[in-house]
Design a protein around this ligand. Sequence first.
Ligand SMILES: Cc1cc2nc3c(=O)[nH]c(=O)nc-3n(C[C@H](O)[C@H](O)[C@H](O)COP(=O)(O)O)c2cc1C
Length: 325
Amino acid sequence: MVDIRTEYAGLTLRNPLIVGSSGLTSTPDKIKEYEKSGAGAVVLKSLFEEQIEMQSGSLWKESDSSEAADYIHEYVKADQISRYLELIKKTKAICSIPVIASLNCYKMDVWIDFAHQVELAGADAIELNIYFMDTDLIYDHEANSAVYINILRKVKETVSIPVIVKTGKSFANIPAMIRLLKINGADGIVLFNRFYQPDININTMQIVSGNVFSNHSDLSDTLRWTAIVSGKIQDISIAASTGIHDWEDVVKCLLAGASAVEIVSAIYMHGPEIISQILTCMEEWMNQTQYYSLSQFKGKLNYAQIESPNMYERAQFMKYFSNRD
Ligand SMILES: Cc1cc2nc3c(=O)[nH]c(=O)nc-3n(C[C@H](O)[C@H](O)[C@H](O)COP(=O)(O)O)c2cc1C
């Protein structure tokens, strides 16, 4: 009998499989189904700051006074927030696995009070989905990282539940940024979010959506940075995310040093049954390889544990191409 419990961001999970933030986790009934299929935890869909502003903005055009605009904005915000709090409460009432709320934010002050309400509603942790697209031609590294750090610090001051930061890859130095987040109180880090991917339709000459779902080839970067960050930063709690599609991907992420994994595309594509399939195969592999707990192999192949850590740093294909025509 193998023990697949894991400690992630201060939470004890019955296993490392987390259903990631998305439409999958937008109703208590769906979440209950993932719990039945074996999920270790869920991250609720994000409440987007931008979404609230857009909705209140479109109503606002129909009104003609700034007083009415303020009222509509506050009303829409309060309505969205109370629906989100209901989602947390109803989910907590019917599920026993940890429920992680997800706040998408890019402005420091907007969500601070909301974070407190999320804690009161019963969320077990908060995942901050912080992202802004910096396209200025002058890059201000300090200002850029300060956005993340300031939001994190404020939320940490406001709540006592664990606070996790979900990041993208667009930092000049990923380990240095993660170290800063840890020093400033992040209890866990999700590597990485996968954002909306634009594409161009050359027939209609329009910008369209690229692949909504990830595939296996997206896993490499997840593995590389999980291995490097977990090897360089002591006691960092990482949930690997993006490109995890089967049980072998989960084992690879754990070997690279992740404490948990977040899965979205594979569940959209194959349904909740994939959760129990992954768990069964992972347990079989553990039995065969005689690992009886995750801690026996977690991080075994991270940057600090392997003989040639530069395997994770290699960026060029020199050797590969020198042997090919
Ligand atoms: C349809 C869809 C909706 C998503 N919505 C959110 C969201 O609300 N908040 C968030 O942080 N990530 C969101 N994501 C990103 C996922 O949580 C996840 O980080 C990403 O899909 C990579 O994981 P995967 O390779 O398992 O799909 C969404 C992804 C998809 C496909």
